[in-house]
Design a protein around this ligand. Sequence first.
Ligand code: ZN
Length: 259
Amino acid sequence: MTNKIDVTMRYETRPDRPPRIAVISDIHANLPALQAVLQRIEELKVDQVYCLGDIVGYGGHPNECVTILREKKVPCVLGNHDQAALGELDITNFNAVAKQAIRWTQNELSKENQDFLRSRPMEISLEDVFLVHASPRNPEEWNYILSIPDAHLNFEHFKERICCIGHSHQPFIIENRDGKLMCPEEPQIEIQEQYRYLVNVGSVGQPRDHNPESCFALYDRNTKRLELVRVPYDIDAAQSRILEQGLPEVLATRLTYGS
Ligand code: ZN
């Protein structure tokens, strides 16, 4: 296989730590959702946006979504669907509709957008925040973190105060108080200097927590406030595009339910 992805590549920490950052993930080629989220991010006066990967797969606008993030120079890590869309991941374990969407995406992606995805790093370290698609423990194995024991195993695999992940499309905040893990009920918390955090930022383009609204994380380094933000978007438009492109109907209907 040519153009192997460099798993060790990291972005340099910006000398000016931007005060307000947004972390988005799992766009899955849903352009109306990405546009709604980026608009909200602008309204919130965010200084820097980061993306945790899976820009493509499932949805009907792969090129449009990659182009927007590429042109805006949004630092993005690689997701498993991005890797699959490059033909660089064995998709035997993908379900039938995911496989069908990946094959369609492989034919759709422009050379420029393929090159952009191929050059994504597996992780980005921002000094206080660590960014990875699936898990800090084994980024390239695409393991899911779905339980407190899963989370426990991962805290020793990043050194930053906060680790942001995506992958499961199910947002959560886990606070590590000296080895004791808690899940705050509220979608916003104040980051405490003595604790560490694992945050699933949810999904922009295919939420699976029974809330169909897009989700992303907002972190303000000055106020120390971290929040999971929900944004409604034009679901009908995303569904029409999926059906027009001949993609499986279930990929459209699930967006209604956030499932
Ligand atoms: Zn995903």
